[in-house]
Design a protein around this ligand. Structure first.
Ligand code: NAD
Ligand code: WQD
Length: 344
């Protein structure tokens, strides 16, 4: 079976994708510099799939090391490029770190692909490229709005770099996947999200509050133009997201793509507010989440959720995990993390 390079493969979405790739028989090599993940994730993947993926501790920004990696793994047939820095707030403070890490790593891969005869490229993009859409649910043809952060800009510019490169060199093909808000963890609780320090994202903050690591959740505003005043997002189970990547790779390997660059929204099509997430989490898991309404967070958009019909129809992919199961999996994962911390 084909060998797939997964950059950022010990990360949150990457690790779940590696498991799904292995499940259908793909041979996986992970490149990750462990800047936002832990080598123990390999053991978690192996516990689930029975296969420890090949692992190269390399910085994708390091062209020479990446070139050597391709020399070593000569039979790579497709790349899924997850490796990037992703903290919006940090990107505002350290823009050059983000432009360098997220764009040089991408350019290196695109330059190395024709040299090593790799044609197929999946890119991790984000609904953040839409900003606050004028029309909801948002489709792939919605206008791209000025990025609200250097991080968001690296996704927009990254997509443009891919399109320009591929239109100049027909030897490649790419599928760009725009993720909405991935949450949850693998049902085994062997892998999940490992936020470094104080979580920026809602779900890890909710689960850490539930387990007592955080005193209180701050809800960033309830004065938005939404039914309960809190922001609305499209929360998608990370395993549903991972499965879409397998389909994307298979689509390219089977030469089923309809153009050299295809772009898909990966969401559930369901918008949920912050307060709805909290209430559902409490109900499903039988825990209380102490929270306080505070001022809006700079840069937050009011509401966004996907129209996933293009991915549903074209990829034959639909997010199937229920919200309840998704929120349950995030809680079980948090409890597992707490048990591991106690055992250490
Ligand atoms: P993550 O931080 O868990 O995983 C990223 C992985 O990439 C980490 O393991 C990190 O160590 C590695 N990495 C970073 N820079 C690297 C480099 N230069 N060389 C090698 N490895 C490097 O993040 P994630 O949530 O799994 O996100 C994966 C991708 O999806 C990212 O591109 C992110 O921008 C994108 N994305 C994430 C979300 C989200 O909410 N999590 C939403 C939309 C898009
Ligand atoms: C969701 C909602 C917050 C934390 C970000 C990035 C995006 C992508 C996903 C990488 C918002 C509210 C949050 C908290 C809160 N990442 N919230 N209290 O902002 O939709 O997207 O992560 O690609 O690019 O922008 O996700 O989880 O941070 O916030 O009230 O402690 O929860 O205001 O409405 P977001 P999030």
């Amino acid at each position: 079976m084909a060998k797939i390079l997964v950059t950022g493969g010990t990360g949150y979405i990457g690790s779940h994708t590696v498991v799904e790739l292995q499940k259908v028989g793909f041979d996986v090599v992970i490149v990750d510099n462990l800047s936002n993940s832990n080598i123990d994730v390999l053991a978690g993947i192996e516990k689930i799939s029975g296969i420890r993926p090949a692992f190269e501790n390399i910085d994708c920004v390091d062209y020479v090391s990446m070139d050597r990696m391709f020399e070593k793994h000569k039979d790579i047939e497709a790349i899924i490029h997850f490796a990037a820095s992703k903290a919006v707030g940090e990107s505002v403070e350290k823009p050059l770190l983000y432009y360098r890490n997220n764009l040089v790593s991408l350019i290196n891969l695109l330059q190395l692909m024709p040299i090593h005869k790799v044609k197929n490229f999946v890119f991790s993009s984000s609904c953040t490229v839409y900003g606050q859409p004028d029309i909801l649910p948002v489709t792939e043809s919605a206008p791209i709005k000025a990025a609200l952060s250097p991080y968001g800009n690296t996704k927009q510019v990254g997509e443009e770099i891919i399109r320009d490169t591929i239109y100049a060199n027909s030897c490649y093909q790419s599928i760009i996947l725009r993720y909405f808000n991935p949450i949850g963890a693998h049902a085994s609780a062997e892998i999940g999200e490992l936020p470094n320090g104080v979580p920026n994202n809602l779900l890890p903050f909710v689960t850490q509050t539930a387990i007592g690591l955080r005193k209180q959740l701050q809800v960033y505003g309830d004065d938005y133009n939404t039914p309960d005043g809190s922001c609305i997002r499209d929360y998608i189970h990370v395993v549903d997201l991972a499965k879409a990547h397998v389909i994307a790779v298979q689509r390219m390997l089977n030469k089923q793509t309809k153009s050299s660059v295809e772009t898909f929204n990966l969401g559930t099509g369901r918008g949920l507010s912050v307060l709805e997430i909290i209430q559902t989490f409490e109900k499903v898991n039988g825990v209380k989440i102490p929270y306080k309404i505070v001022a809006r967070r700079e840069g937050d958009i009011e509401k966004v959720w996907a129209d996933p019909s293009y991915a549903n129809n074209e990829l034959g992919w639909t997010a199937t995990e229920t919200l309840e199961e998704t929120l349950r999996s995030s809680w079980v994962w948090e409890q597992n993390l707490a048990q591991r911390a106690k055992a250490e």
